[in-house]
Design a protein around this ligand. Structure first.
Ligand SMILES: Cc1ncc(COP(=O)(O)O)c(C=O)c1O
Length: 332
């Protein structure tokens, strides 16, 4: 399929304009030289504009468009205490003139930092739940409260679009990258990205639809999923949503949990080294929870000798930078 045909399929889905798109693709020459590695191009999806940016703003364009069917005045969402998704949701809702209620899993810390600090700055009504059961109950009771006082709540956790919207977003990002590389007369050999299978499903889909032969290497920040089945399911649901008739198989999925370290949400030495290296060679700020671990994977693969010097590696920077402030001691 051509870029135009793929874009026409994407345009069949309801969508709002929230994120800055066509984000820059920046060659990281110092980083490549320091690592003795391939050519590395960083897709700056940390620069999607709203509330310090990140990958979720692109999928919120589809998720919130879907939510608009209920004509809500308040969006209620339950997420983690330091969620990038929560921060970007509040920012997007502010742009759409919607109120946001966050129900975050965890306790309010004494020192409010990182994404949580930005949530407050953005004016979210922040609540805390001890665990997921309590979180679910609070989502429902807060929605009821909004209704009782004459409002129109939408619980974003019940919105069916999260997986598909993320994949569609990164299908589109792949088109942007291909065009940005084509302008330099280049083609990608590899994509590296922090993903639990949503965004990476979209890049795999792009590869198939375009008949491209790059490798999509995802690096997951958590070990809680069966990544091949999850990614293939999301890719195939996205294919159905776009009315296409191809299929993505589980054995095509390349996603590793090897860089999770001690666990989700806990920085790792390799990830922290990667954050420092990107900062000190390119002035690009990653985060220790997602993008730093993905970059640690890329760095490890370079050190293993997986690449030729003129291979073109696209590293997708999915955002998450406010976490550096939560983990301030790591950088001093
Ligand atoms: C900074 C960052 N990178 C990557 C991801 C993973 O994205 P996905 O699993 O939707 O592809 C997330 C969200 O969970 C994130 O916040």
């Amino acid at each position: 399929m051509s870029h135009q045909q793929i874009r026409e399929r994407i345009a069949t889905l309801p969508r709002l304009d929230i994120a800055l798109k066509n984000t820059p693709l920046e060659e990281a020459r110092n980083l490549s030289r320091t690592l003795g590695g391939p050519r590395i191009f960083v897709k700056r999806d940390d620069l999607t504009g709203v509330a310090l940016g990140g990958n979720k703003l692109r999928n919120l364009e589809f998720r919130l468009a879907h939510a608009m069917k209920d004509d809500p005045d308040t969006v209620i969402v339950g997420l983690d205490l330091q969620s990038n998704s929560a921060r970007q949701t509040v920012g997007a809702c502010n742009k759409l003139d919607l109120k946001t209620i966050l129900v975050l899993e965890g306790r309010r810390p004494n020192n409010v930092q990182g994404n949580l600090l930005v949530d407050y700055l953005l004016g979210a009504d922040v609540h805390f739940a001890a665990d997921q059961r309590e979180q679910r109950a609070m989502l429902d009771s807060l929605a009821e409260e909004v209704r009782t006082s004459g409002g129109r709540p939408h619980i974003l956790n019940d919105n069916p679009m999260f997986d598909v919207a993320s994949a569609v977003a990164y299908l589109e990002v792949t088109l942007e990258v291909m065009e940005q590389l084509e302008a330099r007369e280049l083609k990608p050999d590899y994509f590296y990205m922090s993903s639990s299978g949503k965004g990476s499903a979209g890049i795999m889909l792009a590869k198939k639809l375009l008949g491209a032969d790059f490798i999509m290497q995802a690096i997951c920040a958590t070990a809680e999923f069966d990544l091949p089945s999850r990614t293939a399911r999301i890719a195939n649901e996205t294919i159905a949503a776009l009315g296409l008739d191809i299929e993505v198989a589980e054995d095509e999925v390349i996603n590793t949990e090897a860089f999770v370290g001690k666990g989700y949400g806990i920085p790792s030495d390799a990830g922290d080294e990667a954050v420092r290296l990107f900062a000190r060679t390119e002035g690009i700020i990653l985060d220790p929870i997602y993008t730093g671990k993905a970059a640690a994977g890329l760095i490890a693969h370079i050190r293993e000798g997986r690449f030729e010097p003129d291979d073109v590696v696209v590293f997708v920077h999915t955002g998450g930078t406010p976490a550096i402030f939560k983990w301030n001691e790591l950088w001093i």
